[in-house]
Design a protein around this ligand. Structure first.
Ligand SMILES: CC(=O)N[C@H]1[C@@H](OP(=O)(O)OP(=O)(O)OC[C@H]2O[C@@H](n3ccc(=O)[nH]c3=O)[C@H](O)[C@@H]2O)O[C@H](CO)[C@@H](O)[C@@H]1O[C@H](C)C(=O)N[C@@H](C)C(=O)N[C@H](CCC(=O)O)C(=O)O
Ligand SMILES: Nc1ncnc2c1ncn2[C@@H]1O[C@H](COP(=O)(O)OP(=O)(O)OP(=O)(O)O)[C@@H](O)[C@H]1O
Length: 486
């Protein structure tokens, strides 16, 4: 493609540069190849403008950068923009061309992965070639490919979207993280609908204030959904009313779900073993469905997913019965095993105070004796979450064990201390495998154990090293030992 075709109407380009062929795109100078456009972007650690000379040496044919950037003298075209990350996203969309025909984005603090996975399953149930893209990777009808980010940068994202479309995927649900929204990673995606689950404390290491964090989530509804698109909002979730009001004010179609929802109103939700029976009202008609997942928040997420199906052309009579076949995303209130006295062990990805509280609340109805929790907090991330998670654990569980969870560059004992400061009575066992094994050894009839924080993850990040570790394997190993020696 030519530079003129890529830049499009968004920036003014002198006519003499319009026909310059562009062979590829890179936002990292180390990935530039001859004929590439190099996007020199100001970042958190450094400024890409510092690497323009390196990019030119590697054969960059054009530079995209921020207005006012200081660059070395060069003959290659330099395109400047007030919002170069957004322009890069639009350029990437044009360069890679194809996208699945129907795309939706899901945002919120908790529930994005669960909703994206459920929409994919509901679409597949309606006969579509469907995929989801987010924290657990790209999941397609043929397999799963892991990703480094929940929301990949636009060059990687549009490479993936084009490949999905070429493979025949027509429907895609993608997770929009607050980092991704702020950094314009999905600005080039052609969205038919966007969904909001809830907002609570997270990522305060990156966003200056909670309002700034919320504002990034709101970008999806304020700036990214085009006219005619649909906003699907869980109005029971924190922040839902505000999102619905803003979406309406912008003239978007709004689907609200939940107990206070207008489109899918949850009339009742009764526990039925490790499932729940939902009665949902839609346009005056009641639908009863057995959702094979545990926890009120999984019902909320399922309704958001159903709302996205409605937003993309599905009929309630077709979509709602499909909830009965939903499989939970791995590591989301996942029944991982049962101890010898019958006590169930759940694994959950709760790594925010709200998620931990909700996961413990969801399990309380199953507890006849004690609710135990093993959890920790990540290093080099939002430190303010630590006392809040500690307080939630001792408030909602009967036995809390604080352990390690991706300490990264921090001293693990210090992270545990910050949690324990707000968790009187909690035990401390740094080694996560040992903490899980000891918790399982404590289980008696009527107890329930929650292992929280890692969910689907398969590594423990210590320093910069990722040590293979899975809560599922640790639970299986402890149960195996119990069976052998118990
Ligand atoms: C804080 C953050 O989100 N940073 C992201 C951001 O990096 P940055 O632009 O700020 O990086 P920088 O190091 O300051 O560099 C500035 C520019 O110089 C360029 N550079 C740098 C060095 C060099 O030699 N040459 C060069 O060209 C870089 O490529 C970059 O374009 O843009 C990069 C490209 O898109 C991302 O890879 C990077 O993600 C980092 C690695 C990251 O860890 N992000 C996490 C926190 C994240 O995005 N998480 C969310 C949320 C997940 C959740 O909900 O839990 C996610 O969506 O995954
Ligand atoms: N609707 C919800 N309300 C509150 N908590 C939820 C909700 N849905 C999920 N959770 C909690 O959040 C955890 C993560 O869920 P999920 O992976 O679906 O969210 P996410 O938004 O994708 O998170 P992340 O971006 O951190 O990967 C779950 O394991 C559960 O503890």
């Amino acid at each position: 493609m030519t530079l003129g075709e890529l830049i499009g109407p968004e920036a003014r380009l002198p006519a003499r540069w319009a026909d310059l062929p562009i062979a590829g795109l890179a936002a990292d100078s180390r990935q530039v190849e001859p004929g590439y456009l190099f996007a020199a972007l100001p970042g958190v650690n450094t400024d890409g403008a510092r690497f323009v000379a390196a990019a030119l040496e590697r054969g960059a044919a054009a530079i995209l950068t921020a207005d006012g950037a200081t660059l070395p003298q060069t003959d290659v075209p330099v395109v400047t923009d007030t919002d170069p990350r957004r322009l890069l996203a639009l350029i990437a969309a044009r360069f890679y061309g194809l996208q699945p025909a129907t795309e939706v984005a899901v945002t919120g603090t908790n529930g994005k992965t669960s909703v994206a996975s459920s929409v994919r399953q509901l679409w597949a149930g309606q006969g579509f070639q469907a995929a989801s893209l987010g924290t657990v990777g790209v999941v397609t009808p043929t397999g799963t490919q892991t990703l480094r980010h929940t929301t990949p940068d636009p060059i990687e994202l549009h490479t993936l979207l084009a490949a999905l479309a070429r493979d025949g995927v027509t429907h895609l649900a993608l997770e929009a993280s607050s980092h991704g929204l702020q950094q314009r990673r999905i600005d080039g995606v052609h969205l038919a609908a966007g969904a909001f689950t809830n907002i609570s404390r997270d990522h305060m290491d990156y966003h200056a204030t909670f309002e700034d964090y919320f504002a990034q989530k709101l970008r999806l509804f304020r700036a990214l959904l085009p006219k005619g698109a649909v906003a699907v909002v869980d109005v029971d979730g924190e922040g839902g009313d505000r999102v619905a009001a803003e979406a309406r004010a912008r003239g978007l179609d709004v689907i609200t779900v939940g107990r206070a929802g207008e489109t899918f109103r949850l009339l009742s939700d009764e526990i039925d073993g490790f499932a729940q029976t939902l009665v949902i009202e839609h346009e005056g008609k009641r639908h009863e469905v057995r959702l094979p997942l545990v926890g009120g928040f999984q019902a909320s997420n399922a309704l958001v997913a159903a709302g996205l199906c409605l937003a993309t052309g599905g009929q309630a009579d077709d979509v709602l019965p499909l909830l009965a076949d939903l499989k939970g995303a791995r590591g989301r209130l996942d029944l991982a095993g049962t101890a010898k006295d019958g006590a169930p062990i759940f694994i959950d990805y709760a790594h925010t105070p709200d998620a931990l509280a909700k996961a413990l609340d969801a399990l309380r109805p199953y507890v006849e004796s004690r609710l135990l929790v093993v959890f920790g907090c990540g290093g080099d991330r939002d430190k303010g979450k630590r006392p809040q998670m500690g307080a939630a654990a001792v408030e909602k569980a009967d036995v809390a064990i604080v352990t390690d969870d991706n300490s990264r560059g921090e001293e693990p004992a210090q992270i545990r201390r910050e949690i324990l400061a707000a968790a009187p009575g909690a035990a401390e066992i740094g080694d996560r495998g040992e903490a899980i094994a000891q918790a399982i050894a404590m289980l008696r009839r009527g107890d329930v154990l929650l292992v929280a924080g890692k969910g689907h993850e398969t590594g423990q990040t210590v320093g910069t090293t990722v040590i293979p570790f899975s809560d599922h394997d640790a639970v299986s190993a402890a149960l195996g030992n119990e069976a052998k020696f118990g």
